[in-house]
Design a protein around this ligand. Structure first.
Ligand SMILES: [Ca+2]
Ligand SMILES: [Ca+2]
Length: 258
C-alpha cells in the first residue's frame, strides 16, 4: 500500500516550516474616534471622547477650549449626528508656537507599521500650519512633520496621513501618544491664516474627525535561520528512519509472502 506523502516526516517538517514563514500583514484599525454620540441623539453639539474602536484617550493641549460641533464635510459616513471635536482660543499672533492643540494616547501593543490619519477643519482665521508630534513614553514629544492646510478657510483637510512605520518604538508600545499642534508658518515667526485674505486670530477654530490609528498585527515569533536548519536536519533524520523502517517492513512483507 502506498503511504501518502504528507505522512512522511520530511513533508511534515516542510509543512511546519512553511507555516512559520512570515506573511505580509494587512493594516487594521487599532483605535478610531468619530466623536459622535453613541447612540446618535441628533444633536451635533453633543458627542463622545471615547474611541469608537479600540482604546485610547483624548486631551486638549495648552488650555484650549473644546466643544462638540457639526462635522459635516468630514469623511465620517454617519448620515446624522456627525460630530467633530472643535478647538478654539489659540495663542496670540507671534506667541506660543507649538503649544496648543490636541493629544491622543493610543497603546499600540501587538501592532507595528503604525499609521495615523485624520480629517481636520480650519476656520478662515485659524493657523494653516499644524505639526504632528509623537511620544514613545507619553511624556516627551518629538516633532515628526509639519503640514499645511491647502483647502483654505472654513474647509476640511481630509485624509491627513502620517506613516510611523519607520519610527523605532512606535510599534508595540503601551505608552505611544501623538499630538497635533498649531505652529508658525514654516520659516516665519508668525501664524498664517487659513483663509485667503484673512488674518490670523485667537478666535480661529480647528475641528477634528475620523481620527484613526492603524497598524498590522505583529507576527508570531519566527525561528532563527539556525532553527530552520535544525528543523530541516531533524526532518531529514526522521525521513531516513522512516524510509529505513519502511524498507525493512517491505522486506519483511516479501519474506512473509515468499
Ligand atoms: Ca450628538
Ligand atoms: Ca464625526
Amino acid at each position: 500500500m502506498k503511504t501518502p506523502i504528507l505522512h512522511s516526516p520530511l513533508a511534515l517538517t516542510l509543512t511546519f516550516t512553511l507555516c512559520l514563514t512570515p506573511l505580509t500583514q494587512a493594516q487594521i484599525i487599532v483605535s478610531h474616534w468619530d466623536f459622535n454620540s453613541f447612540p446618535p441623539d441628533t444633536k451635533t453639539t453633543t458627542g463622545s471622547l471615547l474611541p469608537s474602536v479600540g482604546a485610547g484617550t483624548v486631551s486638549v493641549v495648552g488650555g484650549l477650549t473644546s466643544t462638540f460641533s457639526d462635522a459635516t464635510g468630514s469623511k465620517d459616513p454617519a448620515k446624522k449626528d456627525n460630530t467633530g471635536l472643535n478647538l478654539s482660543t489659540f495663542a496670540s499672533q507671534g506667541k506660543g508656537d507649538g503649544t496648543r492643540g490636541v493629544q491622543f494616547q493610543v497603546p499600540t501593543v501587538g501592532y507595528e507599521n503604525v499609521v495615523v490619519s485624520w480629517d481636520q477643519r480650519f476656520s478662515s482665521t485659524a493657523s494653516k500650519a499644524y505639526q504632528f508630534q509623537y511620544s514613545l513614553d507619553g511624556v516627551q514629544f518629538l516633532p515628526f512633520s509639519t503640514l499645511l492646510n491647502t483647502a483654505g478657510g472654513n474647509a476640511w483637510m481630509t485624509g491627513n496621513t502620517v506613516d510611523l512605520g519607520g519610527v523605532p518604538g512606535a510599534a508595540d508600545n503601551p505608552d505611544f501618544a501623538f499630538r497635533i499642534l498649531s505652529v508658525f508658518s514654516p520659516g516665519t515667526s508668525a501664524y498664517g491664516a487659513s483663509g485667503v485674505g484673512s488674518s490670523y486670530s485667537t478666535s480661529g477654530t480647528w475641528r477634528f474627525d475620523e481620527m484613526t490609528v492603524q497598524g498590522s498585527a505583529i507576527p508570531a515569533a519566527v525561528p532563527e535561520p539556525g532553527a530552520y536548519a535544525l528543523l530541516a536536519a531533524g526532518g531529514l533524520i526522521g525521513f531516513a528512519f522512516w524510509r529505513r523502517n519502511r524498507t525493512r517492513g517491505s522486506a519483511a512483507d516479501r519474506t512473509a509472502n515468499s
